[in-house]
Ligand binder design. Structure first.
Ligand code: SF4
Length: 361
């Protein structure tokens, strides 16, 4: 399982705190070449780990905006990695890049082995998209999907954001209808959060944005769950919906705490047991730090990741690693439910999962 971080964006979105750099156009080519050189060096230095991570053969290229990277540099990195064929090879793309680069770019991705595209649509409301400082509008998102499909993409995941205070129920329903009309196999929908250091955090500080009340966010989440169920999607993780058999293999493995190797600035790695490491966020040369998780950290992580999913956790594990009284109370009030030998958060309680997990931790 390999994650590769591409830390380039053409501009910053209002809500974002991911590690990324906006390079001036005249420096972009040089910066991308240097980045690819450094990635190849990191790959060389971590061949043993990459080899050991091949229990699950997935490659996920995220960012930043991987579709900002020139196809030549992307091909160089993926070919140098030489860890395929992959059970699932996902790349994140921006709709504007797909429209600008056109079908030839998408065909080159497929030729490289990409089997799944994850595209950040975020909204189908142009006013909301402008407020988010996204580069595309809804027409570009629709056009990008057409290009992807015509070029042969058969597994498409779209991202949406809800929980904005200016998002009315009607606008949210309209976005859901328009996105479903694009026929994705998978949809991820994240509640807007105010990340320290983002432009949005500054807007909140200056009083130009007021967070949506919890009830409004809950209403949007419930509308999302209802609409996705009606469209035949399985709600397999708090923020993720898939048509049967189209669940994300790579992301599902994170929630099961399987080992992965993260390459590139800001990327994290995990040995599947106790060893976690991360690269510093520095395009000019990233350094690796490592920590060994304590028993308590492993317990909390297992709890938080497992209860995010529809599978939940083995009941025997949860009983052995939680205090009896809060666990029984959560089961009795319906905040948790047991299905055969597993315990999960029922879908109608997903929205308050943080509170439930906090009670158990
Ligand atoms: S949301 Fe994506 S495209 Fe926007 S700034 Fe963050 S990483 Fe870049």
């Amino acid at each position: 399982m390999i994650y590769l971080h591409v830390p380039f964006c053409k501009s910053f979105c209002a809500y974002c705190d991911f590690y990324s750099e906006v390079c001036p156009a005249n420096e972009s080519e040089r910066a991308q070449k240097l980045f690819a050189d450094r990635m190849c060096r990191e790959i060389d230095g971590r061949r043993d780990e990459i080899e050991a991570s091949r229990g699950l053969r997935t490659l996920y290229i995220g960012g930043g905006t991987p579709s900002v990277l020139n196809i030549g540099e992307l091909q160089r990195i993926v070919r140098h990695l030489d860890a395929g064929p992959y059970e699932e090879f996902t790349i994140e793309v921006n709709p504007e890049d797909i429209v600008l680069r056109g079908p030839a770019y998408v065909e080159a991705l497929l030729e490289l082995g990409v089997s799944r595209i994850s595209m950040g649509v975020q909204s189908m409301d142009d006013g909301v998209l402008r407020w988010m400082r996204r580069r595309h509008d809804s027409a570009r998102a629709t056009e990008a999907v057409r290009i992807l499909r015509e070029a042969g993409v058969r597994n498409l995941s779209l991202d949406l954001i809800f929980g904005l205070s200016q998002l009315s129920p009607a606008h949210w329903r309209s976005t859901l209808d328009q996105v479903l009309a694009l026929c994705p196999e998978h949809l991820s929908a994240y509640q807007l959060s105010i990340e320290p250091g983002s432009a949005l955090a500054e807007m909140v500080r200056q009083g130009t944005y007021v967070e949506a009340p919890d009830e409004q966010c809950r209403g949007q989440y419930e509308a999302l769950c209802e609409r996705m169920e009606a469209a035949g999607f399985r709600h397999y993780e708090i923020s993720n919906f898939a048509l049967p058999g189209r669940e994300a293999v790579h992301n599902s493995a994170y929630w099961r705490r399987l080992p992965y190797v993260g390459l590139g600035p800001g990327a994290h790695s995990f040995d599947g047991k106790r060893q976690r490491s991360w690269n510093s966020e520095a395009l000019s040369g990233w350094q690796r730090s490592t920590e060994t998780l304590t028993d308590e950290a492993v317990r909390l992580e297992t709890l938080m990741l497992g209860l995010r999913t529809a599978e939940g956790l083995p009941a025997a594990w949860l009983r052995a690693h939680s205090e009896t009284r809060p666990l029984q109370a959560l089961l009795a009030e319906g905040s948790l439910c047991q299905v055969q030998d597993r315990i999960r958060i029922p879908e109608d309680h997903f929205f308050v999962s943080d509170d439930i997990i906090r009670t158990l931790s």
